[in-house]
Write a protein that binds this ligand. Sequence first.
Ligand code: 5GP
Length: 204
Amino acid sequence: MKKKGLLIILSGPSGAGKGTVLNEVRKTYKNLEVSVSVTTRAPRAGEVNDVNYHFKTIEEFKELAHNGAFLESECVYGNYYGTLKDEVFDKIQKGLDVVLEIDVKGAFNVIGKYPDAVSIFVCPTSMEELKGRLAGRGSETAEALELRLRSAMGEIKQATKYGYVVVNDDVKECADDVIAIIKAEKCSTKINKDFINTLTGGSI
Ligand code: 5GP
């Protein structure tokens, strides 16, 4: 019997290393698709359209929103970001696990619509380390950097509302924690009810 895939939400403050952890997870855990979000933010050096994000103008973003294309959308750090329904539901039906790398507001929005979503919050080891990583990235203006730092504390305060918290001290260890969470969730009773029903002839 083909089981539905998981919808996994990965959040954490900017600079916590969500993307790096996710890349590490994908090296060993192959059944994972990363949903490519739409954004109105300008691409950073090295970012590729339709790989890192679907980069759109504000007008194009509004058109997509108007047409009901988004599972959720938010304004984060002054730019619009949105998760496309098309990036998610077909893949889950096919049995793939789909991960959304989205902000806290977007995460709660998705959890409200899809309570079975597995939510994971990636924390830095300390605020000093986070500040160092953000400054080291060198991609933001001083103003944008300040905005991301101010937001980080507020986001971390929401971490306990997630199903899981992982700390990105060592990328490999953090990725192993994420894989362990995914594997445990795939064995959870809520995911396996349909399977048990096929074994028992539908009596639960
Ligand atoms: P960045 O500009 O650093 O790539 O992302 C900024 C923030 O936007 C991060 O917290 C990231 O997780 C979040 N984000 C990226 N895509 C989406 C999305 O589709 N929806 C929401 N709500 N947040 C997103």
